[in-house]
Design a binder for this molecule. Structure first.
Ligand SMILES: [Cu+2]
Length: 649
C-alpha cells in the first residue's frame, strides 16, 4: 500500500469514527434530556411552580425541549450520511436529495443549537443580575413565556441559513419574516434584565461583571443578526467576516461570558471557599477588551471572504485583521487567570453559606453542594442533584446504607462507544466494546432484580400539570416525543426525495404488497396481544401476562423475519459496489431504523417475561408493562405510516 493511500485510509477511518461517535453522543443526549426534563417536571419542591423556578432551571427547562426535538434531526441526518458512506445509499450524493436535503436536516437542528448554547447561559445571567441588583427578577411570567416563544420560533426560522441554496423566493421571504420576529421575545428578555437592574442596589462583583458583559455582547450580536436575517442584506453579507463577527458575538461571547459568570457565582457553593475577587475582575477586563478587539473589527470586513489564508495589502483589510490578532493575544492567555483562580480557590478562605445575600434556594437552604445533608432544590433541582436527594432519602428511610447509585450506565456508555469505534478500527475492538456493553447491561439488570433501584416514594412536590402521571410514564412520553421527530425527519426526507425524484417505481414494482399487508396485520395483532397482556396483569393474572407477552414476542419475530426476507431479495438483486437508488435508500434506512426499534422491543419483552416469572408484577404494580405498551404502540404506529408510503403509493 502506498503512503498516500494509507493516509487516505486513515482519514477515512477517522471520519467514520467521528461520524459514529457523533451519533452515539446524540443518542445519549436524548436519554440525558429525558432525565433532566422529567426531573424539572416532576421533582420540583412544594410551592415551586414553573414561574417560580430558579432562573437557570427555568431556562434549562426550555432548552431541554430544544434538545429533545432538535437532536433527532441531527441523528437522522447522521444515519443517512453513514448509510451513504458505509452502505452505498445515495441520499446526499444524488440530485433529488443532495445538499439541499442535507441543509434542511442539518439546519433544523443547527439553528435551535445556537439557542441550546445561549439560553442556559442567559438563565445564569438572569439569576445573577437579580442577586446583585438586590431585586427580584422583573416580569417573570412574560420572561417564562418569551423563552418558550424563542424555543418555538427556533424551529421555524432555520431556513435563514439557506437563503442562497436555491430554495424558492416564497420560502426565503417567509424565513426572513420569521427570523425578524424572533427579536421580539429576545427584546422581552432584555427588558426583563433592564427592569431588574432599574433602581437596584447594584454590586459589581466578578459574576455580575461577566453577566453584564454577556448582555452587552449579546445586544451587539443580536443587532447584527437583524442585518443577516434580511434576505437582501444576507445576499451581500454571506460568507464575509461580518457573519463571522455576528456568529461569535452570539455563540461565543454571550454564552461564554454567561458561563464564566456562573463559574464565579457558584464556586463558593461548589468548593465552600472564596475565589480571589481582584484576579476575577482582572480576568473580566482582559476578556471583555480582548473579545471585543478580536471580533468588533470584523464587522468592518464586509468585503473580506471567509476561509482565506492570506490577502493582498491593497485590499485594505490589514488594520482590522491586525487588531483582531492583538485581541486574540489578550483574550486567550487571559483565560489562564480563570484556571489559576479556580485552582487557588481550593486553598482560599472559607466562604459563608450565602456570600452574595442571594434569595435563591440553593443559597438559602444553608448547606453547600459538597456537604452531605443536601436538600438543595435550587440549582440542583435542574441538574443532577435529584440523584443526591434520592440517596439521602433511601439512606434515612431504609435504615441501612443501600445506595441506588450505579456505575453500570457508565460501563454501558463506554462499551457502546468502544463498539462504535470498532466499526472503524476492526473486529477485535468491536468484541471488546460488546463485552463491556454486555457487562454493563447485564450488571444493570442484575442490580435491578436485586431491587437496588427501588426507592421510597418522594414527598409530594409541585408536579403540575403532571400530578397524576407516574414519572416513568412521563419519561416514556417524553422519549417518544423525541422519537417522533426522528421518524418525522426520516419520513420528511422520504417526502422530499419523492417530490424531487423523476421516476419513482409504481406500487408493487419494488415491494410485494401482499407480503406487506400480511406483515401489517401481524403488527396490528401484536399491539393487541401486548394490550391483552397489560389487561391481564391489571386483573392480577401473571400467567396470562406471560402468555400474551410470549405471543407478542413471537409475532415480533415473525414480522422481523418477513422484513429480513424482503431485504434479502432486494439486496440480492443489487449490483455489488453500485450506488443504491433513492427509493431503495429511503426504504432500507427507514425500515432498518424501524426494525432496530422492533428488536429493542423484543429485548424489552424478554426482560418483562423474566421479571413477570420472578413475581415482579402484580395487580398494583404493572407500570413497566404499561410503558412497554406505550413504546410498542408507538413503534407499530410508525409502521402504519411506513406501509402505505412505501408499499401502496
Ligand atoms: Cu440561525
Amino acid at each position: 500500500m502506498s503512503a498516500s493511500s494509507s493516509r487516505e485510509d486513515l482519514q477515512h477511518r477517522a471520519g467514520r469514527t467521528i461520524l459514529l461517535s457523533h451519533r452515539s453522543s446524540s443518542a445519549s443526549n436524548t436519554v440525558g434530556t429525558v432525565n433532566i426534563l422529567v426531573t424539572i417536571l416532576w421533582h420540583r419542591a412544594a410551592g415551586v411552580s414553573f414561574v417560580k423556578l430558579p432562573m437557570f432551571t427555568m431556562f434549562t427547562f426550555w432548552t431541554m425541549l430544544q434538545f429533545l426535538w432538535a437532536f433527532p434531526s441531527l441523528i437522522a441526518g447522521l444515519i443517512m450520511l453513514e448509510a451513504d458512506r458505509l452502505l452505498g445509499t445515495s441520499f446526499f450524493t444524488s440530485t433529488a436529495g443532495g445538499s439541499i436535503l442535507w441543509d434542511h436536516v442539518w439546519w433544523f437542528f443547527g439553528h435551535p443549537e445556537v439557542y441550546i448554547v445561549l439560553l442556559p447561559a442567559f438563565g445564569i445571567v438572569a439569576g445573577i443580575i437579580a442577586t446583585f441588583s438586590g431585586r427580584p427578577v422583573y416580569a417573570r411570567k412574560p420572561l417564562f413565556a418569551a423563552v418558550g416563544i424563542i424555543v418555538l420560533l427556533s424551529y421555524m426560522v432555520y431556513g435563514h441559513h439557506m437563503f442562497l441554496t436555491g430554495i424558492s423566493l416564497t420560502e426565503r421571504e417567509a424565513f426572513t419574516i420569521n427570523t425578524e420576529t424572533i427579536s421580539v421575545p429576545f427584546g422581552v428578555l432584555m427588558l426583563s434584565f433592564i427592569g431588574t437592574l432599574y433602581k437596584g442596589a447594584i454590586r459589581l462583583t466578578t459574576p455580575m461583571l461577566f453577566a453584564l458583559g454577556s448582555v452587552v455582547i449579546f445586544v451587539i450580536g443580536g443587532l447584527s443578526g437583524v442585518f443577516n436575517s434580511s434576505l437582501a442584506l444576507d445576499i451581500a453579507l454571506r460568507g464575509t467576516y461580518f457573519v463571522v463577527a455576528h456568529f461569535h458575538y452570539v455563540m461565543v461571547g454571550a454564552s461564554e461570558f454567561g458561563l464564566f459568570a456562573g463559574i464565579y457565582y457558584w464556586l463558593p457553593k461548589m468548593t465552600g471557599r472564596m475565589y480571589n475577587e481582584t484576579l476575577g475582575k482582572t480576568h473580566f477586563i482582559l476578556s471583555f477588551v480582548g473579545f471585543n478587539l478580536i471580533f468588533f473589527p470584523m464587522f468592518y470586513l464586509q468585503d473580506m471572504p471567509r476561509r482565506i489564508v492570506t490577502y493582498a495589502a491593497s485590499t485594505g483589510w490589514g488594520v482590522a485583521n491586525f487588531l483582531s490578532t492583538v485581541g486574540a493575544y489578550i483574550f486567550i492567555p487571559s483565560q489562564l487567570l480563570l484556571v489559576y483562580n479556580m485552582l487557588m480557590t481550593l486553598k482560599g478562605p472559607h466562604a459563608p453559606a450565602n456570600p452574595w445575600n442571594a434569595t435563591d434556594r440553593e443559597w438559602t437552604s444553608g448547606t453547600t453542594m459538597h456537604g452531605t445533608s443536601g436538600h438543595d432544590h435550587g440549582l440542583g433541582n435542574g441538574l443532577g442533584n435529584g440523584l443526591g436527594n434520592g440517596v439521602s432519602h433511601s439512606a434515612s428511610e431504609s435504615g441501612h446504607e443501600v445506595s441506588p447509585l450505579s456505575t453500570r450506565p457508565i460501563l454501558l456508555c463506554l462499551g457502546f462507544a468502544v463498539g462504535m469505534a470498532g466499526l472503524a478500527f476492526g473486529l477485535p475492538v468491536i468484541i471488546v466494546g460488546l463485552a463491556i456493553l454486555a457487562w454493563g447491561v447485564g450488571g444493570w439488570a442484575w442490580d435491578d432484580y436485586r431491587g437496588k433501584f427501588r426507592l421510597p416514594e418522594e414527598p409530594e412536590g409541585d408536579r403540575w400539570p403532571f400530578s397524576r402521571v407516574p414519572k416513568d410514564k412521563l419519561a416514556m412520553w417524553t422519549f417518544l416525543g423525541s422519537e417522533a421527530v426522528l421518524f418525522g425527519v426520516l419520513l420528511g426526507s422520504y417526502a422530499f426525495i419523492r417530490v424531487n425524484f423523476p421516476y419513482w417505481p409504481a406500487p408493487g414494482a419494488l415491494h410485494d404488497i401482499n407480503l406487506g399487508t400480511v406483515d401489517t396485520i401481524i403488527v396490528i395483532t401484536s399491539s393487541l396481544t401486548a394490550y391483552l397482556g397489560l389487561q391481564s396483569i391489571k386483573a392480577g393474572n401473571r400467567r396470562s401476562l406471560i402468555g400474551w407477552l410470549g405471543a407478542t414476542f413471537l409475532l415480533g419475530i415473525i414480522s422481523l423475519g418477513i422484513k429480513g426476507g424482503e431485504w434479502y431479495l432486494l439486496v440480492r438483486d443489487l449490483t455489488p459496489g453500485a450506488q443504491i437508488g433513492l427509493p431503495l435508500s429511503s426504504y432500507f434506512v427507514t425500515t432498518g431504523i424501524h426494525g432496530a426499534h422492533v428488536l429493542a422491543g423484543l429485548l424489552i419483552i424478554s426482560y418483562l417475561m423474566r421479571r413477570a416469572a420472578t413475581g415482579g408484577f402484580s395487580a398494583n404494580r404493572y407500570g413497566t408493562v404499561e410503558n412497554f405498551n406505550l413504546y410498542w404502540s408507538f413503534v407499530n404506529s410508525v409502521w402504519l405510516l411506513i406501509f402505505p408510503l412505501f408499499y401502496l403509493m
